[in-house]
Design a protein around this ligand. Structure first.
Ligand SMILES: [Zn+2]
Ligand SMILES: [Zn+2]
Length: 158
């Protein structure tokens, strides 16, 4: 079994390493100084500090989608949950690390944190939805989360 490739900054010399598809259980090391690297991409992310849109989120799983630009993501490496909003105006991802409780609120009850509610850039307007063929945002969510719901525990039939 392998994990997906991601970029990791060496904690000792600061070199950015592209960590390839290494086997799980085998720590990647820095190409320059041989220091062991963090086991996942989000180990070096600061709470609340936007990250550049160039990052590809390799090594992450989309757990739930709220809008075309807001997602609940989970790091495959460390299991941390992140609330991620893609602000295309400034080409940044706004991120916040979520507690297990906040993440399960989203997954089980569809209760989302309010962090990005005031940013119109990460919410579709009625024109966008109509153009893409959706009646409402709820319609978009229902259809989008069917496709990304492979991590969803089975709920049985209703
Ligand atoms: Zn190094
Ligand atoms: Zn991580």
């Amino acid at each position: 079994m392998t994990t997906s490739a991601f970029t990791a900054k060496c904690p000792k010399c600061g070199t950015r390493n592209r960590v390839g598809d290494h086997s799980t259980g085998q720590r990647p090391i820095c190409g320059r100084c041989k220091e062991p690297l963090p086991g996942c991409a989000c180990a070096e992310w600061d709470e609340d500090e936007p990250i550049p849109m160039a990052i590809d989120f390799a090594g992450f799983t989309t757990v739930r989608r709220r809008t075309p630009w807001i997602d609940l993501m989970r790091c495959d490496g460390c299991g941390a949950y992140w609330y991620v909003a893609a602000d295309t105006r400034v080409a940044d991802y706004n991120i916040r690390r979520l507690s297990e409780q906040e993440a399960s609120g989203i997954i089980d009850k569809n209760v989302w944190p309010t962090d990005f509610d005031g940013n119109p850039a990460v919410w579709p307007d009625a024109d966008w939805l109509r153009r893409e063929g959706y009646m409402t945002l709820e319609d978009w969510q229902t259809r989008s989360n069917v496709e990304t719901g492979q991590n969803k525990p089975s709920e049985g039939t209703r």
